[in-house]
Design a protein around this ligand. Structure first.
Ligand SMILES: N[C@@H](CCC[C@H](N)C(=O)O)C(=O)O
Length: 276
């Protein structure tokens, strides 16, 4: 199978031009994403024919464990760059609409001079604030035995803590929160340190992946949560610093659409043997 590897501030994806949802199975995706036995990535993205004629393509994401999320912010920037690089007619358009399981998303790609990277702006759809949660973690020895979170829907499920524990505690509580019974579908857990109204330091424990270097939907969720708590302003740009780099996020209003701007870059192309 031919593939291309891309990354968006260190959140990395294997991108495959595909014809069917089943061209890469969940088991194959998990194997491809394995960093020792496979190519290594946080997820696989299938670029599929669109269902509607005026859309450029449909995105299907598979997490590193083979689970299938509705949406991926860094992934859609990588996919928009891939399509712009490989389909000149689409690349020539100013704005391109992609289908995702969370609804259509509009991307504007500004290629770098070497055409291997891009600055991509994405209409991320609505950010819905779902409300407060206090989750108990039996046996957790630190003050994080009870965690206050704000549930946020960015097309995929997020819960944001507006306090940030140490890395060791995140390693322990991240997986427990992501799979907590309060989230029947699982959730991505963001730990946000709101430095000021225009700057958030964020790490995200991702559902189906673990701790990643960046999460685009997580950045939108963190900005939505900060705005909902009066720590940032609706409609104003917020820089979100993640371990792999920075994104700029605007969330227009409670339940309103968000915009994300950030880089994407091609890493390498290859051909891989795929087991059945
Ligand atoms: N890294 C992504 C989110 C990928 C999906 C997530 N793990 C989920 O299961 O919802 C992003 O950049 O948004």
């Amino acid at each position: 199978m031919d593939f291309d590897k891309y990354q968006g501030i260190g959140n990395d994806f294997i991108i495959v031009d595909a014809q069917s949802d089943h061209d890469v199975s969940p088991e194959q995706a998990a194997q491809l994403c394995d960093r020792r036995f496979g190519i290594g990535a946080d997820g696989v993205i299938l670029v599929l024919p669109p269902r509607e004629a005026n859309h450029a393509a449909r995105m299907r994401v598979l997490n590193a464990d083979g689970s299938i999320p509705e949406m991926c912010g860094n992934g859609i920037r990588c996919m928009a760059l891939h399509v712009a690089r490989t389909r000149p007619a689409v690349g020539a358009q100013h704005q391109v609409v992609y289908e995702t399981d969370a609804g259509p998303r509009t991307c504007a790609v500004g290629l770098t001079p070497d055409a291997l990277g891009a600055d991509v702006t994405v209409g991320m759809g609505p950010v819905r604030i779902l409300g407060d949660l206090r989750l108990g973690l039996t046996g957790e020895p630190s003050e994080w035995a009870e965690v206050d979170l704000l549930g946020v829907d960015v097309g995929n499920p997020h819960a944001v803590s507006l306090r940030r524990p140490s890395a060791a505690i995140i390693d322990r509580i991240g997986p427990r929160l992501a799979t907590h019974e309060a989230f029947p579908e699982g959730a991505n857990i963001g730990f946000a340190d709101v430095k000021d109204r225009s700057f958030i330091d964020l790490v995200v424990w991702e559902r189906g992946v673990g701790l990643t270097l960046a999460c685009g939907t997580g950045a939108c969720a963190a900005v939505g949560a900060a705005c909902a708590r009066g720590l940032a302003s609706w409609g104003e740009p917020v820089t979100v610093k993640l371990p792999g780099g920075q994104l700029t996020i605007w969330v227009t209003a409670e339940g309103g659409p968000a915009r994300m701007r950030g880089p994407a870059r091609h890493v390498f192309s290859g051909r891989v043997d795929v087991g059945g």
